[in-house]
Write a protein that binds this ligand. Structure first.
Ligand code: PSU
Ligand code: MN
Length: 307
């Protein structure tokens, strides 16, 4: 156990007994949604993991400690502070630790802390990726590089079309990161089930996915796996309309010169405003859907490692 890491008693006990645990990120709380929806959602997501027989471990950095398993008070703190909390990716972790600060973890840093704690399955909304115009801006999320070498599976609704989804898949291919579609051959694009792009492998049950993960890691093939879980049809948004909204948000970001780590949170907020909150409701529904699938995969995964 390393001295930087603090695992909550409940999560620690679950891990010691090989019970299913699902990691959850916290940038989605601080920078992905407004208060109080962010707090309500974070707590509901934890409940959904429990309802599906797994233990939730929301991850963040609190007073410089890497935490796996937050109290409701800590979740509330991140939710209320919102964007004032530092959005923490891999490169930021030593700063927060050495200064004893609070940080909300992205997909990349949540994977790092999950791996330190021994958690294999992680649920979120969408991963970061290669941004549109990356050939000029070089803006490629550190999430992708983390997926290349950290052994955690990320259940998500694909990636938002604020990104260049084609280049994101190319990057993942180069880095040897498998992209699985849950009951789909098509990569979902977060708000919509379609993107026009294919995943690498369609798998149709949590058990098949658990077997895939076990095979990869037993083979010592380092790195993560993207498990793309499309939003249920009843909640998906109109493809043409959301694409237009995303284009408008990107134009606005460009006009204001928004760059670097501010880019993703700016675009998320802009899309919520442009859709009068409708995209936020969709976002919440897909996170719930991902938490449920992640819990089921975690349950099947521990069965494979129980003897
Ligand atoms: N995509 C979403 N919602 C989010 C994020 C991405 O649909 O909340 C967050 C995640 O924490 C992700 C991070 O890891 O943004 C990626 O940021 P960047 O593009 O700066 O790497
Ligand atoms: Mn970036």
């Amino acid at each position: 156990m390393n001295s930087f890491l603090e695992i909550s008693p409940e999560v620690k006990q679950a891990l010691a007994n090989n019970k299913p645990v699902v990691a959850l990120e916290s940038t989605i709380i601080s920078h992905g949604m407004p208060y109080p929806k962010n707090m309500e959602t974070a707590l509901q997501v934890e409940q959904i993991v429990r309802d599906n027989n797994a233990i939730p471990a929301t991850i963040a950095i609190i007073n410089g400690k890497l935490k796996a398993g937050l109290s409701n008070i800590e979740i509330k703190l991140l939710a209320q502070e919102g964007p004032k909390v530092i959005k923490t990716s891999r490169r930021d972790i030593p700063y927060l630790v050495s200064k004893k600060l609070n940080g909300a973890t992205t997909v990349a840093s949540t994977m790092i802390i999950a791996q330190m704690a021994g958690i294999k399955i992680f649920a979120t909304g969408g991963i970061g990726g290669v941004h549109r115009g990356a050939t000029e801006s070089f803006d490629i999320s550190a999430d992708l590089q983390e997926l290349a070498h950290t052994n955690v599976a990320v259940v998500c609704a694909g990636a938002k079309a604020i990104l260049d989804l084609h280049l994101t898949l190319e990057y993942l291919e180069t880095q040897g990161v498998p992209v699985i579609g849950y009951k789909t051959k098509e990569l979902p694009a977060f708000y919509t089930r379609k993107s026009g792009l294919n995943v690498d492998f369609k798998l149709d049950s949590p058990q098949e996915i658990a077997n895939f993960l076990k095979s990869k890691w037993d083979l010592n093939l380092q790195g993560g796996v993207v498990i793309a879980n499309p939003i249920p049809s009843i909640y998906q948004m109109d493809y043409t309309k959301i694409m237009k909204t995303i284009d408008d948000a990107l134009l606005e970001a460009d006009k204001l010169g928004i760059k670097g780590k501010e880019s993703t949170p700016f675009l998320l907020e802009k899309i919520v405003n442009l859709t009068h909150g409708k995209s936020l409701e969709t976002n919440i529904k897909l996170v719930f859907n991902n938490a449920e699938l992640a819990a089921k995969i975690a349950c099947d995964y521990v069965k494979l490692t129980n003897n």
